[in-house]
Write a protein that binds this ligand. Structure first.
Ligand code: CP
Ligand code: NVA
Length: 320
């Protein structure tokens, strides 16, 4: 695999390997300290970021490499010069591009034109790094995520899309609870089917908050994503009955985890009482962005070294 643009491109084997390496990186960070020595990534961002930017920068440094932030917030990719020219310059200096773009097509084009790996650090369509951290977080909690049900409630946006793919790859069911005007992208059910690793896992969309019944985890995201600020009034009106409250959490009939990719608009899509409750995993999700993205960088930039490490680790566990 050269790039990481969409979870739709992944095989189940690669997905499992990525989660496995993530656990290794988190458990034994010192083993990986020099694995990206001499390598560098550029972080080309058209939008603001706290988590994605910092975890990629820190991740590269913790692996012995370096990262440079390229602020594109004041301009658009393809504006000052063509995406092809940007890609052909960056590949001369860097080993990897992490891009946060408005248009998904822009990150795809960058990957087509650059000879180095391109990672999607959030586009208007998908947020694969986030969904990776989310499944990793749930796996830490449950051990096995297969057979569990994740409910996404709110705006069927980029985060929802990547969660649909991640759930399918992991053998989880996903129910999307959104107003008709903000439902997930049209091919969601089809993509879930073709990625799904479990005969019993299912995907469904419903407008009714009753869809939360039976959910093991409840996930929401902002109602107004970056770039949609002008639609704020319409969106808040359409989504207000989808706020995650303690009552809504109780309506699952379980004691579900609460998840959010952050940044959260407290007391809009979720109340403080849920965000700050003992069921909330939001800061664990944020922490895990660091570990899983280090694993991703390693598998894209140093696959042979990772393979060697895994062979030694297997040998060591067999010996013991
Ligand atoms: N969740 C997430 O991607 O956060 P940032 O926008 O701060 O990077
Ligand atoms: N849906 C949000 C996610 C931010 C991490 C956005 O696109 O702004």
């Amino acid at each position: 695999m050269k790039d990481f643009l969409s979870l739709k491109d992944l095989s189940v084997e690669w997905w499992k390997q990525l989660l496995h390496v993530s656990a290794e990186v988190k458990q034994r960070p010192s083993y990986f300290r020099q694995m990206l020595g001499g390598k560098s990534s550029v972080l080309l961002f058209e939008k603001s970021s706290l988590r994605t930017r910092l975890t990629f920068e820190l991740g590269m440094k913790q692996l012995g490499g370096d990262a440079v932030f390229l602020d594109y917030r004041e301009s658009r990719l393809g504006g000052r010069e063509s995406i092809t020219d940007v890609a052909r310059n960056l590949e001369r200096w860097f080993d990897c591009i992490v891009a946060r773009t408005f248009s998904h097509e822009a990150v795809v084009q960058l990957a087509e034109q650059a000879s180095i790996p391109v990672i999607n650090g959030l586009s208007d369509a998908e947020h694969p790094c986030q969904a990776l951290a989310d499944v990793f977080t749930l796996q830490e909690k449950w051990g096995e995520v297969q057979g569990k049900t994740l409910a996404f409630i709110g705006d069927g946006n980029n985060v929802c899309t990547s969660l649909i793919h991640a759930a399918a790859l992991s053998g989880m069911s996903l129910v999307a609870v959104t107003p008709g005007s903000h439902q997930p992208y049209p091919e969601a059910a089809q993509d879930f089917e073709s990625l799904s690793t479990s005969a019993t896992a299912s995907y469904r969309w419903t407008e009714s908050v009753d869809g939360l019944q039976g959910a093991d985890a409840v996930y929401t995201d902002t109602w107004v994503s970056m770039g949609q600020e002008e639609e704020t009034r319409e969106r808040v009106r359409a989504l207000q009955s989808y706020q995650v409250t303690p009552e809504l959490m109780a309506s699952t009939g379980k004691d579900p985890y609460f998840m959010h990719c952050l940044p959260a608009h407290r007391n809009q899509e979720v109340t403080d009482s849920v965000m700050d409750s003992s069921q909330s995993l939001v800061y664990e999700q944020a922490e895990n962005r660091l570990h899983v993205q280090k694993a991703l960088l390693l598998l894209l930039l140093a696959p042979k070294e990772v393979e060697r490490y895994l062979r030694l680790e297997k040998f060591a566990s067999w010996k013991n």
